[in-house]
Design a binder for this molecule. Sequence first.
Ligand SMILES: C[C@H](O)[C@H](O)[C@H]1CNC2=NC(N)=NC(=O)C2=N1
Length: 111
Amino acid sequence: MSELAERRCKPCEGGVPPLDLAAASKLKDQVNARWKWSRDGKAIEAAFEFDNYWQTTAFVNAVAWIAHTTDHHPDISFGYKTCTISYWTHAVGGLSENDFICAARIDALLD
Ligand SMILES: C[C@H](O)[C@H](O)[C@H]1CNC2=NC(N)=NC(=O)C2=N1
């Protein structure tokens, strides 16, 4: 597991700015290349493919567990063999370190 994945998410509070592009890029470099910018750089998103429905839903449940234990919640959409995860921090209207910590924890499930 990467050092980033071992960091703890901090409670999300409004009134602080989202990460700027330089800070977000530095963190993005530490997660798998599957994570792409989305929502004009205000979110990161990754697409996953599986062999069947139970593998897909097992993954979705693992991601939900990460959300539960970090208190940081992604948008998840999934179908029979595909899943898309999007992270952004609602409280700041963009990206925070929490988004990258959770992305790194998802990477640790797979890589
Ligand atoms: C109190 C609690 O930390 C906040 O409501 C959290 C919960 N999960 C969250 N998840 C995400 N993605 N963004 C948030 O701003 C957020 N806020």
